[in-house]
Write a protein that binds this ligand. Structure first.
Ligand SMILES: Nc1nc2c(ncn2[C@@H]2O[C@H](COP(=O)(O)OP(=O)(O)OP(=O)(O)O)[C@@H](O)[C@H]2O)c(=O)[nH]1
Ligand SMILES: [Mg+2]
Length: 320
């Protein structure tokens, strides 16, 4: 059963800085509540002010530790900071594991910090639909920076990185070195690279390899963004000020080059597309077993129709 919600009141409370209201709004997103269209419409005029920072990397590379350190650095600049810990790997964990390491620190009692986990629950469109909407809630609630932590387990981080203005890619010496990074396709998505755990052996050579590989892929266009590689040790805070400065530089470059608007337009396009696909899927589901889809499939198997003709028929049946 879905509870009725007073969207305007919740939005007002969230914008006034009430964490509880922000939490309820994100739960509506998480549950794909029927009030979502109304909610998104109410939020829209208040969005666009936040800097969305994606942070990805292999399991255990130090994403949460770095997030903790970044929260402190951004709080020192009097920013309000939100963190979304997105776990695309497990529909079961409820995202709790990712978020836990962050929650345990002192940020828990700081009203200028909001931390929340999102997990794939297997619903239509999954995280590619819910993550950008959760970001919209936090954006409208007036957070200056929104950090989206995603564990890098394949394609998902590329998708989620698409939701960010600035994408940070974390590596560590000896694990997922440069070559691995190139294979995983993360060289393309990173705006700022961090070689974390620099207190360990091999950090310098990882930094060197990475710089080399990035330069190879970098064009010569004037005014392009030169992607920095920062050596850090999130555990003791080394390199975090430099990282915070690189993030601010990148935002400055995005704004002055016009890339910010381009990226956000591309993001909106993806969001619209994902929603359209999710809706089509839902309506095809309604046609499901015993319905028109099965009848068409049977005809294709019998040779009485072909997949193209069947798709055409299905689409016109949906009124598309
Ligand atoms: N030596 C060293 N250890 C670190 C550093 N940063 C993080 N760690 C340790 O590495 C382990 C994993 O750190 P997390 O921050 O939880 O890594 P994560 O990438 O968020 O991990 P998942 O969310 O599980 O993918 C922890 O034991 C940290 O204490 C660092 O700079 N140096
Ligand atoms: Mg983590």
């Amino acid at each position: 059963m879905t509870r009725t919600v007073d969207v305007p009141v919740l939005v007002e409370e969230a914008r006034a800085g009430t964490s509880r209201a922000v939490g309820r709004l994100i739960s509506l997103v998480d549950d794909q509540h029927p009030a979502l269209p109304e909610l998104m419409a109410a939020l829209a005029p208040h969005t666009g002010g936040a800097h969305v920072i994606g942070l990805t990397g292999s399991p255990g590379v130090g994403k949460s530790t770095t997030t903790n350190a970044l929260i402190r650095a951004l709080r020192d600049q009097d920013q309000r900071v939100a963190v979304l810990a997105v776990d695309p790997s497990s529909p079961f964990s409820g995202g709790a594991l990712l978020g836990d390491r962050i929650r345990m620190n002192e940020s828990a009692s700081d009203p200028g910090v909001y931390i929340r986990s999102l997990a794939s629950r297997g619903h239509l469109g999954g995280l590619s639909v819910s993550t950008p909407q959760a970001i919209r809630v936090l954006d409208a609630a007036g957070f200056d920076s929104i950090i989206v932590e995603t564990v890098g387990v394949g394609q998902s981080e590329v998708e989620i990185a698409g939701a960010a203005d600035t994408t940070l890619v974390l590596l560590a010496p000896g694990m997922g070195d440069g070559i691995q990074a190139a294979k995983a396709g993360i060289l393309e998505i990173g705006d700022v690279f961090v070689v974390n755990k620099a207190d360990r052996d091999g950090a310098d050579s990882t930094v060197r390899d990475l710089r080399h590989m990035i330069q190879l892929g970098e064009g010569t266009a004037p005014g392009r963004w030169r992607r920095p590689v920062i050596k850090a040790s999130a555990l003791d805070g080394t390199g975090i000020d430099e990282l915070a400065a690189a993030i601010a530089d990148h935002l400055g470059w995005l704004a002055s080059s016009g890339a910010l608007r381009q990226r956000r337009t591309a993001r909106a396009r993806d969001e619209i597309t994902a929603l359209v696909i999710a809706r089509l899927r839902a309506r095809m589901g309604d046609l499901g077993s015993g319905g028109a889809l099965d009848a068409l499939a049977a005809r294709v198997v019998d040779g009485g129709s072909d997949p193209h003709t069947a798709a055409e028929e299905l689409l016109s049946g949906l009124g598309v």
